[in-house]
Design a protein. Structure first.
Lengths: 93, 99
């Protein structure tokens, strides 16, 4: 087993996921409409979740897994709430 | 050896997710832009979770499968949010999206 290759590959994956988050952030800032921004936010949180998982693997602890679960759940709730708001004008009727 | 395979799986998943984000930035209309991020949420997440499962199973020398929790959650929640979002977009564009 070569620990250098493992560490380097995971760091490369983290950089790639960071770039993916930046691309989503550009779309989030550009818009042009609200649904584009919500979609970009959804992509952003999925990429952030994958980044946390990659960091957890790099550190070798299972602690980051819980953080990834929480990011996934809150991301779903926030995107669903925002989509519902765009659809109806209010979240809870 | 197993750790290297797991790292390569994670890198592949990251590349797929990055490709999805690039498509989100690149395509012109909203209805085209809905498609690419699903690459990251399905194949990207599956590859990263497979790598994580492989790595922690090898690290603890016992099967670690709690990553399936995230996988099942993404599989269930992604279509729901995207259908809600596209329906909202259709409604805002004046189409018949409320039905």
């Amino acid at each position: 087993m070569n620990p250098g290759f493992f560490s380097l590959t995971l760091e490369a994956a983290q950089v790639v996921l960071g770039v993916a988050m930046l691309l989503a952030l550009v779309r989030l800032l550009r818009g042009p409409r609200a649904q584009d921004r919500v979609l970009a936010l959804d992509t952003l949180y999925v990429n952030a979740m994958l980044l946390v998982l990659a960091i957890g693997m790099h550190e070798g602890t299972a602690l980051y897994f819980g953080a990834a679960v929480v990011i996934g759940m809150l991301g779903f709730v926030s995107t669903a709430a925002l989509a519902k708001f765009l659809l109806r004008g209010e979240v809870i009727e | 050896m197993i750790a290297n395979v797991a790292a390569l799986l994670v890198l592949a998943g990251a590349l797929v997710a990055c490709l999805g984000s690039f498509g989100l930035l690149r395509l012109r209309t909203f209805y085209e832009r809905v498609h690419p991020p699903t690459m990251g949420t399905t194949l990207g997440t599956a590859l990263v979770l497979a790598g994580s499962m492989l790595h922690f199973s090898a690290l603890g020398s016992r099967p670690v499968i709690h990553e399936i929790l995230i996988g099942a959650m993404m599989v269930v929640t992604t279509p729901v949010t995207y259908m809600l979002l596209v329906r909202a977009a259709l409604r805002r564009d004046g189409g018949d999206g409320a039905g």
